[in-house]
Design a protein around this ligand. Structure first.
Ligand SMILES: C[S@@+](CC[C@H](N)C(=O)[O-])C[C@H]1O[C@@H](n2cnc3c(N)ncnc32)[C@H](O)[C@@H]1O
Length: 196
């Protein structure tokens, strides 16, 4: 985690509800998938302002984030089955094989070290545990030029506009179970993997 990313989210948290509106349909699908799974221990890395926390219907949820400001807002949405902690997803303070599910919703292209987050996710997942990655993924069509053109600006907003999941070595330790695309251009996807 870099201090700059942290500062950015501490200052940006009041604007996040606007982003939330745009992400609503994707999150609806994410929670449809999550809530149909057997009840388990679930970790959400980069839980953000937690406006979606009410959508967790069945699991025992631990939400972590590095931004105290995002977590402060998230606490207002928290319920009895949810604990919120300030923690870095690159250095999780949980023992090995603690969780059945890990959620990374619009986080993998934000963290400084996505490989570390995936390594830590692998470590804390139980055998056959699942990871849900919701994000934009740079496609092989004309949209990749826009991602590239936006690269300079995206740094200012603390995310990577050009993002290819296949460039991450650690993802190969997981088995892809399902790929759900959103919209006609399939720019946003929900990828569900199992710990092999
Ligand atoms: C784009 S927001 C996504 C929030 C939420 N998951 C959602 O889908 O709306 C990214 C969040 O990741 C958090 N974050 C960034 N780096 C992190 C890290 N290394 N560990 C944990 N959280 C991190 C930021 O503070 C921010 O709240």
């Amino acid at each position: 985690m870099s201090r700059q990313t942290d500062n950015f989210y501490n200052h940006f948290s009041f604007l996040y509800p606007v982003v939330d509106l745009f992400l609503k349909p994707q999150k609806h699908k994410l929670f449809q998938e999550i809530n149909k799974l057997p009840t388990g221990q679930l970790l959400e890395i980069g839980v953000g302002n937690g406006s979606h926390l009410k959508l967790y219907k069945t699991h025992q949820v631990t939400g972590i984030d590095t931004s105290f400001s995002m977590l402060d807002t998230a606490k207002k949405h928290s319920t009895a089955n949810i604990q919120l902690l300030q923690m870095n997803g690159e250095e999780l303070l949980f023992p090995d094989q603690t969780f059945d599910y890990v959620i990374l919703s619009h986080v993998i292209a934000v963290v400084d070290q996505p490989e570390k987050v995936l390594e830590e996710t692998y470590r804390v997942l139980k055998p056959n545990g699942q990871i849900f990655i919701l994000n934009h993924f740079t496609p092989n069509n004309w949209l990749r030029h826009i991602d590239k053109a936006f690269q300079v600006f995206s740094k200012a907003f603390h995310f990577k506009s050009v993002f290819h999941i296949s460039n991450l070595t650690t993802i190969k330790k997981f088995t892809l179970l399902n790929e759900i695309s959103f919209g006609q251009l399939s720019y946003f996807k929900l990828l569900i993997y199992k710990k092999a």
